[in-house]
Design a protein around this ligand. Structure first.
Ligand code: 13P
Length: 252
């Protein structure tokens, strides 16, 4: 049985004081009603330390939204997996479509980042997903398959134990358009089949595959009830404690 993950990606939204309150609200709710799923928030880098302190002793986990592929050195402005691991950050998101689009991150570059995170034992949430154009030309399976093959399928079964996949169709991110539960299930099942063929059956059964793209309380139940949907990576709705916690409740 795969344990679901509900992860909030706060992206580059400012508001240190508000976020502290948001983090506290989430922690106290988790304390009074312990969820049957993993709960994670990924704040911008400058807020990570304060969020780790706020979440200390609670079930809330803290993740980062990015990391570089080198562990140290003259790389001005970058943050290494080693630094995040030293802080005891629980996960790092890699390959988000916004990183691919605005920062030109390629599959080959992401492979290096995945390897660097796993080298220091930092669990990875690896994002994949097709654009609207690719969905309209029915090439989503080919696109997602290529993203996974180039960045992940060289990993051993052992390394894969620390990898979570997030399917985030680009056309559903921040647009209010959600993939239908059937579209999500179809892609998640396809990803699981690829895992069984390219890594192992054990990995295919154990790997958590999250859905991301306009997930909110109103659509979470149907998405999360799909057989191969093991949680959500949530943007907008993770910035409101009530919405985020409602999704956590739905997940278990
Ligand atoms: P939204 O939930 O705002 O569509 O964002 C999804 C996302 O990109 C999470 O990483």
């Amino acid at each position: 049985m795969r344990r679901k993950i509900i992860a909030g990606n706060w992206k580059m939204n400012p508001g240190a004081a508000d976020f502290k309150n948001l983090c506290q609200d989430i922690c106290s709710q988790l304390e009074s009603e312990e969820p049957n799923c993993e709960v994670l928030i990924c704040p911008p880098f400058p807020y990570i330390v304060s969020m780790l302190e706020t979440a200390k002793g609670s079930a809330l986990q803290i993740g980062a939204q990015n990391a570089y592929f080198e562990q140290k050195g003259a790389y001005t402005g970058e943050v290494s997996p080693q630094m995040l691991s030293d802080l005891s950050v629980n996960y790092v998101i890699l390959g988000h479509s916004e990183r691919r689009k605005y920062f030109g991150e390629t599959d080959a570059f992401l492979r290096l980042k995945v390897d660097a995170a796993l080298e220091v034992g930092l669990p990875v949430i690896f994002c994949c997903g097709e654009s609207l154009e690719e969905r309209e030309s029915d090439s989503q399976a080919e696109v997602v398959g290529k993203q996974l093959r180039k960045a992940l399928f060289h990993l051993s079964e052992e390394s894969f134990a620390k990898v979570v996949i997030a399917y985030e169709p680009v056309w559903a991110i921040g647009t209010g358009k959600t993939a239908s539960p059937q579209q999500a299930q179809e892609m998640h099942e396809f990803i699981r089949t690829l895992l069984s063929k390219n890594v192992s059956q054990k990995t295919a059964e154990a790997c958590r595959i999250l859905y991301g793209g306009s997930m909110k309380p109103a659509n979470a139940a149907e998405l999360l009830s799909q057989k191969d949907v093991d949680g959500g990576l949530i943007g907008g709705a993770s910035l409101k404690a009530n919405d985020f916690l409602a999704i956590v409740k739905t997940a278990g």
